[in-house]
Design a protein around this ligand. Structure first.
Ligand SMILES: O=C(O)CCC(=O)C(=O)O
Ligand SMILES: [Fe+2]
Length: 267
């Protein structure tokens, strides 16, 4: 059974990540797995065999009851409030997604820090840099969760990188060494070759550690830290993926997506 300890709090603020081990009760785990199986089918029907996620879960014809139980789980809300603030919430079905394994071949995302590296550099600098630099030091912003319904070692991150505004030269070399994300649909090699190439790319990041989650574990992490997802088709994945918001962060994300669309249209 999960019990909260002071170490969850100190880990979070020093490394940028903490895990609430086995916090999901087994009955809830079982209900969520059933919904996730349907979510996987829908995701692949709509977005193809290599798709990474279904999001937001609220936009699809899925059983809502398990999501509601998950949102209201008292131990989980208590732990979140102790590590962050009582104003933080999670499991808004208009935002939450489910990450799934690729059906055909391995791929990985690029190393990134969210809200920064998913945007063209010029647009980031003109529109978002100032807010991002501030938000890195503000606990209201850039908190994210992965809650594993099956064992899940896909996510890697760099402990302590969440409070830095700038990159080290080694981080830039690792990030720029390869654009792995273009191989999500294309597979230039056997599955074994792709798996090894992804692992080489993942390990090229200085200080990277693998986040190893078991079924029912809930990882809270700063999405402003360097991280990535590394995926293989032979390991079933269903991991709830969500922001952990405050009203301010929520409003900022909505405003940001409007501004991003406008900037991309102008570019
Ligand atoms: O798969 C994961 O756990 C991480 C995914 C991720 O970082 C992203 O899509 O931005
Ligand atoms: Fe990310």
């Amino acid at each position: 059974m999960f019990t909260f300890s002071e170490k969850h709090l100190t880990d979070y603020h020093t490394t940028g990540c903490t895990v609430f081990r086995e916090i999901l009760p087994v009955s809830l785990l079982s209900d969520l797995r059933k919904v996730a199986d349907r979510a996987r089918e829908i995701a692949r029907e709509q977005r193809g065999a290599q798709t990474q996620r279904l999001q937001p879960v609220g936009a699809y014809d899925l059983d809502r009851a398990p999501f509601k139980d998950y949102a209201e789980l008292p131990e989980l809300n208590d732990a979140i409030h102790r590590v962050l603030t009582p104003r933080h919430f999670h499991a808004d079905t208009n935002r939450m997604g489910i990450l799934i394994e690729p059906a055909e071949h391995p791929w990985c995302t690029n190393w990134h820090r969210d809200h920064r590296d998913h945007v063209p550099k010029e647009i980031f600098e003109a529109e978002f840099q100032e807010a991002w630099d501030r938000q890195v030091f503000d606990i209201d912003y850039m908190n994210q969760i992965n809650c594993a319904l099956y064992e899940d070692p896909s996510t890697w991150f760099v402990p302590g990188s969440h409070y830095r505004q700038t990159n080290t030269p080694g981080e830039e070399r690792a990030r720029d060494s390869y654009d792995r994300s273009r191989f999500r649909e294309d597979a230039p090699g056997s599955n074994e070759e792709l798996e090894r190439q992804c692992l080489d790319y993942v390990r090229s990041m200085p200080g990277a550690v693998q986040l190893r989650l078991n079924a029912g574990d809930f990882a809270l992490y700063r999405s402003s830290a360097w991280h990535l997802g590394n995926y293989v088709p032979y390991r079933k994945r269903a991991t709830l993926h969500d922001f952990c918001g405050t009203p301010e962060y929520s409003a900022y994300i909505d405003e940001r997506s409007v501004r991003l669309k406008a900037a991309l249209n102008r570019a």
